[in-house]
Design a protein around this ligand. Sequence first.
Ligand code: GSH
Length: 205
Amino acid sequence: MKLYYSPNSCALGIHLLLEEIGRPYELELVNLRQGEQHKQPYASLNPKRKVPALLRDDGSLLTEWQAIAVYLARTNPDAALLPAGLEGEVRALELLDYLIATVHMRGFTRLFRPGAFTPTTADEPAVQQTGRDIITDGFKLVDAQIAGKDYALGAYSIADAALFFLEYWAVSRAGMTLPPALAAHYAHMLARPAVQRALAAEGLA
Ligand SMILES: N[C@@H](CCC(=O)N[C@@H](CS)C(=O)NCC(=O)O)C(=O)O
């Protein structure tokens, strides 16, 4: 297996899941800052021109954060990364979708890349403020949901990996203060050796 990633991107969450699983894998850098997602050979390999992407042992490429995370969880049941049973599974997907589709794509993307949302430079601060508001509202909602738990769904799962990279962005890139339950969750995640290894490998430790 090979993970296509860029340091400090959302691929960090998949990276730390691979570390949790502990099976051999390769890392391939696609430097987003240098626009490598738009250059060959990556643009042909993944026409979506995004990371993460997972090249599997049969040569097929899997994209989209949730799909990759569920694939890794299902193919590595010993790692117990997905809650058992239909209810546990749909609650994990429910949280993941909210974190990725809303907090990441609608919130952080506005904050980090306002120019993608308006052709007018003067409008960019307002776009970023909308992004911050979406993140703040989303974090408040998730904070209430996970209060009193070490991990988002009780036991550690793929949802924690998604929540972690968002918390990491909030603290290290956006200078935001996490609400209390997310701050506790972030501390639990930072204490996990797999998280520390992934951060170190991306030069973020
Ligand atoms: N829907 C995709 C989104 C992935 C995504 O937006 N990745 C960002 C990095 S966090 C990216 O590759 N951006 C490159 C670009 O937009 O040019 C997923 O869930 O995997």
